[in-house]
Design a protein around this ligand. Structure first.
Ligand code: SF4
Length: 376
């Protein structure tokens, strides 16, 4: 069995909690806690030494806000990683950063330790929308972070964009898109605002303290996003992701391609050999943990596995590789999922020699199509 070639590291600390965010993170200035956390991350990595490949392909440090760690803690983490795994130049090594709070000194450190891809949490280029989202940075912070990163030699940069922000208009959306285009990043993640349960925004929506953009208008906004990025030469390769040629996120593609990965840190999930496991959402518990392997483990049933393959694969605009399905499941996809024929006939799905994918004209209704196909 092939060993794990993709590593995710979760840094669950943020300056403040954004009201729409459902990632696990806490607002903390406790440097000692962060120091212990980094130490435990490296211990956890060590624990899975036997299933991690010597030649890894991607590392992704996400959060939370990874750059909220101090220089010393970041050094400890990055030098520890470099000692334990082979971080060659071929590895796609990403870190998420927040504009405004990431300093030039930290960006230099990232470069020095082999990080070659930055994901900048820009979200919007209008101050009032950033404030609605509870973000602490300004549009100027985005430009400063981006230009500093370029100056230091980062040639692979993702910018995040959120659309359907309460109060957003077509004009304000186009303004942000144009500002983002001026920066000319290699990759864009453009997400429609989601009101996840357990977030402050969800509560505000329920109490009618916030007004959600209508569903029809959200669809229009998504169409605008897709069209403008297409005109500027970006490949729409996954529901929410756009890239310049060959700049798709290898780390995320592995997940959508049903590949193995290991997640380290509080709340991180892993998938290997049909087993999923995850760490609890609890930093304080994590730092005191006496690690055992595969916490909260569950094996996927055959049907769950097939469903996940379809659900993840159809997120990609080039869809599912039919030979791969046959190799893994030893069966014909159209026999396993009888509703697929219907969606090919009604033009929602397109079948070519190798792949089955959602008709790009109908990608807005991915959820409807996929939930109709999947089996219990
Ligand atoms: S900075 Fe990012 S991870 Fe932290 S609360 Fe805001 S959206 Fe969530």
């Amino acid at each position: 069995m092939k060993k794990i070639e993709h590593i995710y590291i979760h840094i669950p600390f943020c300056q403040t909690k954004c009201p729409y965010c459902d990632f696990y993170s806490i607002s903390s200035n406790d440097e000692l806690l962060k120091k212990k956390y980094v130490k435990k991350l490296l211990e956890e990595l060590e624990l899975y030494n036997d299933i991690i490949a010597s030649d890894i392909k991607t590392i992704y440090i996400g959060g939370g806000t990874p750059n909220s760690l101090s220089i010393d803690n970041l050094k400890e983490l990055l030098s520890g990683l470099n000692k334990k795994i082979n971080v060659s130049k071929k590895v796609e090594f990403t870190i998420e950063v927040n504009p405004g709070s990431v300093t030039e000194e930290k960006l230099k450190l990232f470069k020095q330790f082999g990080i070659n891809r930055l994901s900048i949490g820009s979200q919007s280029f209008l101050i009032n929308e950033l404030r609605t989202l509870g973000r602490t940075h300004t549009p100027q912070d985005i430009y400063n972070t981006f230009h500093t990163a370029r100056k230091l030699g980062f040639e692979n940069i993702n910018l995040d964009l959120i659309f359907s922000i309460p109060g957003q208009t077509i004009n304000s959306l186009i303004y942000s898109i144009n500002k983002l285009m001026d920066l000319d990043p290699e990759h864009i993640s453009a997400y429609m605002l989601t009101y996840y349960e357990r977030t402050k925004f969800h509560k505000l929506l329920q109490n009618r303290k916030i007004k959600k953009i209508d569903d029809d208008i959200e669809g229009e906004y998504y169409d605008i996003v897709k069209e403008v990025f297409r005109i500027h030469g970006y490949d729409h390769y996954e529901l929410s992701n756009f890239c310049k040629p060959n700049k798709g996120s290898k780390h995320n593609l592995n997940t959508w391609d049903f590949g193995n990965y290991i997640g380290l840190g509080a709340s991180a999930h892993s998938f290997f050999n049909d087993i999923r496991w995850y760490n609890d959402n609890d930093v304080k518990k994590y730092v005191d943990l006496k690690f055992t392997k595969y916490p909260n483990k569950n094996s996927l049933s055959l049907q769950d596995k097939k469903n996940e393959f379809i659900m993840l694969g159809l997120r990609k605009l080039n869809g599912i590789n039919l030979d791969k399905y046959k190799n893994i499941f030893k069966n014909n996809i159209f026999i396993d999922f009888l509703e697929m024929d219907k969606h090919i006939n009604n033009d929602f799905l397109i079948l070519n020699k190798k792949n089955l994918y959602i008709n790009p004209e109908h990608i807005n209704i991915y959820n409807t199509i996929v939930s109709d196909i999947l089996l219990d």
